[in-house]
Design a protein around this ligand. Sequence first.
Ligand code: SAJ
Length: 441
Amino acid sequence: MAEIRTVSVIGMGYIGLPTCAIFASRGFDVIGIDVNESVVAKVNRGEIHIVEPDLDGLIQKVVANGKLRAFGTPQAADAYIIAVPTPITEEHKPDISYVLDAARSIAPVLKRDDLIVLESTSPVGTTRTMTSLLAELRPDLKFPVPHGEEADVLVAYSPERVLPGKVLTELINNDRSIGGLSRKSSERAATLYSSFVAGDLFITQAESAELVKLTENAFRDVNIAFANELAAVCQDLSLNVWEVIDLANRHPRVNILQPSPGVGGHCIAVDPYFIIDAAPNSTRLISSARRINSERPLSVVKDIEALLDPTREQTIACLGLSFKPNIDDMRESPAVEVVKLLSKLPNLKIVAAEPNARALPRELEGNDIAFTDALSAIDQSDIVVLLVDHRQFNFVDPEALKDKKLVDTRGLWTWRKARKPDARIEGKRSELERSRTGEAA
Ligand code: SAJ
């Protein structure tokens, strides 16, 4: 089988664009495809449309040396990586129409020996469904559905599992599951990924690889829900949840995640629904976790309401709007949801601050919410709500918060920074460690 020289990546978003950059930096001729013309134009100018550390320099380089070119319509290549979104509908049903559209779009340019890899987070069975569609559109070619090892176009599923903010490092270093629709498909996809993946590659069947991806995010959702449930328990019992979790985590086999105003982003809050939809009678735990996490913004608002004085207008500073710390991404952000719910309360003036953005997200516009920097938001307010633990908020002077009512949804000021130094009595272990390193006590 001929060597893969040209790789086409369909969808140049949070995953597709870094993938283009990495393949191009490894010497492949990369064709990036996107339906959004402005993304295509931007990439061809060597620019990027997302915020991701180190990606801008890399894209600039591979566009300048001609290794990455972007187009609005598919071009022939030796391998196709599909990295398009798989959203959920209002009814929490997976929508795989972008994957099927991507398949339709590459169908006319496919040829013998080509490899197609689906990377989009997908409900179990999507790789097979997509391949049946391709087989219908190109009856002149043999696909692994139904031809198995006799196929002359190979198809595999290999999910991305990178953390926004660390995409380039994780793309290279994370292990990968590769689920081919035939053994040959898996092997060819593994050869392609081994050109840049330093982690291990594990071959499995397509359906297992699809469920692996969903499982990873459902695992995290369930564990965050556990932390959020503990937060509710501690509130009932007037205990500090951050302390309880911190101390429980000193057990060698316990690792509880952190409570929060909810779970945001396009992954953890969405993927569990793909499993629930596929096996509704077997997902009691996953469903309750989803419910616990999606009800969090409302419970934060109830905590805030309890602090309000209904007889006068008050100002509330809402600090942080992104869905997690130190990024600008506000998609499905619980912080935005909290602010939206607060804007419906009477007698409340809202001043929001998000150090990683220049303005309010569109969904908060028109609600009479002011946007400013954190310090002036705090300065104007009666109540301060910390919604995201951005690194900048570590440096807020406790004096500035002295006369304010505080709702610290991330435990940044009320626990991480306020921990009592005399609450820890050092054990013998640290003494032993010091003697080993020769450090004075
Ligand atoms: N969160 C908590 N408590 C915690 C940790 C996180 O409430 O202890 C919240 C965050 O504030 C945020 C949300 O969860 O709102 C998700 O943030 P995250 O950093 O845990 O994950 P994502 O959504 O940025 O990326 C996840 C990752 N999946 C896992 O860690 C299992 C990433 O590896 C996936 O590639 C990505 O989803 C994806 O694309 O699916």
